[in-house]
Write a protein that binds this ligand. Sequence first.
Ligand code: G3I
Length: 305
Amino acid sequence: GSTLQDAAAESGRYFGTAIAAGRMNDQQYMNIANREFDMITTENAMKMDATEPSQNQFNYSSGDQIVNWALSNGKQVRGHALAWHSQQPGWMQNMEGQQLRQAMLNHVTEVATHYRGKIHSWDVVNEAFADGSSGARRNSNLQRTGNDWIEAAFRAARAADPNAQLCYNDYNTDNWNHAKTQGVYNMVADFKARGVPIDCVGFQAHFNSGNPVPSNYHETLQNFADLGVDVQITELDIEGSGTSQAEQYRGVVQACMAVARCQGITVWGVRDTDSWRASGTPLLFDGNGNKKAAYNYVLDQLNSG
Ligand code: G3I
């Protein structure tokens, strides 16, 4: 294949990007997105603060804009994210207990119902585990509603959009030896054992010099897949430049392609200048829309599989 999406499709995989609603009038951005990618994640437009700015008043305008563009161009969509401790609307941030639990479940139900039948995979719950060596849940207002809040969110999502894949999504879960990876793994194993509806695990894959692509990445993805879930690389970006950045990108593609249940890779933005990172050059296209070495290594690796 001569584009990322075509090359990935040869092994039955997708290649995606995050799209920001505010950049949809940038022709260069949209041309690259349309040419290279067949899976679209709304970078911010489906988050809780965007979709429910006032309680029970839902706003889907930006999300719909991205979804309609994607579907009308033959692409699929990842929904991001139904429940998260961050990017909560102001009215939710100070809620606690049963009131918050009900508001969260109502949010999951409403948003998943609005997009029913249009979403390939939902990030049902995002970033619910703590960093560091505890392997425990993150302390958040949602966690304080009870340890079963995550499975309650998954059940509500399944009821609202029964044909979408339901994912748990997190960062710093790439290295098999990290406590956070083990914590998520144990939760997924428990969900599978008890019949909680979970179909996939998303690995955000935000890499930098302090958190490089681990040499055991393939092992991590395979171990999760062996629990009976699909795995997806959902927000890939890698700090750096030139050949060393390109080699790390190649390693990520290699790891995914070596795991049958790794369904695809999404990069977190189109050009370096579109990245959430304030500085740096973590993506596959430079600020002028030119393909970087990292792009060429990714394309070659997709084609060699
Ligand atoms: O659009 C408003 C603008 O009107 C306002 O003037 C400005 C002032 O703060 O803010 C703009 O919104 C910003 C938005 O990005 C769009 O640029 C928000 O402040 C800013 O918080 C938001 O950052 C996003 C971040 O998540 C927080 O939600 C990034 O774009 C987005 O790339 C990033 O994505 C996250 C994933 O959702 C979860 N995993 C980590 C990943 C990277 O942080």
